[in-house]
Write a protein that binds this ligand. Structure first.
Ligand SMILES: [Fe+2]
Ligand SMILES: [Fe+2]
Length: 232
């Protein structure tokens, strides 16, 4: 048997290498191996890869944060939810009272403002006797905020009591009654927003047992409406 032609052997080797190269390229195109391109590691490709990874990872982080924030908005804790719901119900009473005063129907206006006063008084009592003492004990940084809220409460109660008396007399000063409701309403909006955003959520951060006791006490206080209110 004659020795193989060296030229033929070289040609076959080139063909084999060519086939191997094509096979490598094909496998690289499928993402199975790195063939002609080097694995991205500290190179320009590596930098791009890292940038993309950062974008994906930061996107993921943002979504997680958004989901957490959305979750917080959708489901306030039981104490925060109970007190915020009470705000909403008081807002409805406020609308009724303003409509009755604007229409100058004395008996209806008196009844509506009286009911508003009673309902707000009960809400404020729950804050003063249950919520604020619990927060003052554990959150000394809230001292100034709680003081501001208490001062607002005093203004609400005094102003509405004056309006109730105004509506009771034989000669009603409708402008004074209306001004009283506007004054309370314009201060009650930011007051409620401050409570709902910065104060109520803290009530749901107490340890389990304390949190349950707090929501029970709040519910009991908020439900203890005067007989006159129930009969109205
Ligand atoms: Fe309040
Ligand atoms: Fe409140």
């Amino acid at each position: 048997m004659s020795p193989p032609d060296p030229l033929l052997a070289i040609a076959l080797a080139f063909v084999a290498l060519g086939l191997l190269d094509r096979l490598g390229l094909w496998m690289e195109s499928r993402g199975w191996i790195y063939w002609r391109r080097r694995r991205a590691r500290g190179s320009v490709l590596g930098t791009t890869f890292l940038e993309l990874q950062k974008i994906f990872e930061s996107g993921k982080t943002e979504h997680v944060i958004e989901a957490k924030q959305d979750g917080g908005k959708e489901s306030p804790g039981p104490s925060a939810g109970r007190l915020a719901a009470d705000h909403a119900e008081i807002d409805l009473l406020f609308r009724e009272a303003r409509a009755a005063v604007a229409a100058r129907r004395q008996a209806e206006a008196h009844r509506a403002v009286d009911r508003l006063w009673m309902r707000l008084a009960v809400h404020i009592r729950a804050e003063h006797t249950v919520l604020f003492p619990a927060l003052a004990e554990t959150r000394p940084e809230l001292k100034a905020t709680l003081q501001t809220l208490r001062e607002d409460h005093d203004v609400f109660m005094a102003t509405l009591a004056t309006a109730v008396n105004t509506l009771k007399g034989p000669e009603v000063d409708w402008a004074a009654a209306q001004a009283a409701l506007v004054a309370v309403s314009s201060r009650l909006g930011p007051h409620n927003a401050l409570e709902e955003e910065s104060v109520y959520p803290l009530a749901d951060q107490f340890p389990d047992a304390q949190r349950r006791r707090l929501v029970g006490d709040l519910s009991r206080e908020l439900a203890a409406l005067p007989r006159r209110y129930e009969e109205g």
